[in-house]
Design a protein around this ligand. Sequence first.
Ligand code: NAI
Length: 253
Amino acid sequence: MRFENSTVVVTGGGSGIGRETARAFAEEGGNVVVADVDREVGEDAAETITDETDGEATFVEVDVTDDGAVNSMVETAVEQYGGLDAAVNNAGIGGPQVLTAEVDDDGWQAVIDVNLTGVWRCMRHEIPAMVDDGGGAIVNVASILGRVGFETASAYTAAKHGVLGLTKTAALEYADDEIRVNAVCPGFVETPMLDEAGMLADEDVRRDIEGRHAMDRLGRPDEIADAITWLCSDGASFTTGESLVVDGGYLSQ
Ligand code: NAI
């Protein structure tokens, strides 16, 4: 029960990695704010987590590109549960799957707004709440594509590389305030995002993606949630500015 009496915000908590992460915190006693732009999946996640775990979950509708909504998300956590101990900035979108020169302005901007600026926007409101609370832990969900390139994912790759820079800088700035800031870099994980990108339904595409990992398979959302909860736990008390790769050996080849 590492998170008993702790308050955690998880953006994109309605689906995939975020949903499994919200559940993992609640299973160890945490109070979780499930923040998502999609009300239907977010409410369902919060209800299911409250019913099935020792912890409690509350849904807050938030678009991470909307500063007022992000502010309300943090205020809800603080008012409802009395502080903010951990935040997982996980909300993300896949974006256009075309060559760099063929990305249009809207496609580029949408990915940067959610996957990079959205992470900064969340941190901008989470950090002061954590300073007021005597410290905390932030985990930003980047990707192996924050470490290497990937054909037809220029905006996504640029945003995820940016998240790692942001993570390191904030880690330096807020170490004295007892706030640790880390990132995780998952390999390809079986979630609705991957399905929507057309990487699961077609067996040949799926096998190609699986084969890029030394373990020859996709990751599971709970395997990423395990890394995120560890980074937020006392077990990671000397870990900050790190980007933890959880990728079945993708980057080792
Ligand atoms: P998902 O699509 O299953 O879940 C993403 C959630 O974020 C959804 O519930 C969606 O409604 C929410 N969301 C999207 N835009 C939002 C916004 N503007 N404001 C608030 N919520 C928003 O995706 P998945 O796969 O669980 O991805 C989670 C994170 O993990 C993303 O940042 C993604 O880039 C990252 N990631 C995913 C990998 C994968 O293979 N699935 C690999 C590496 C990183």
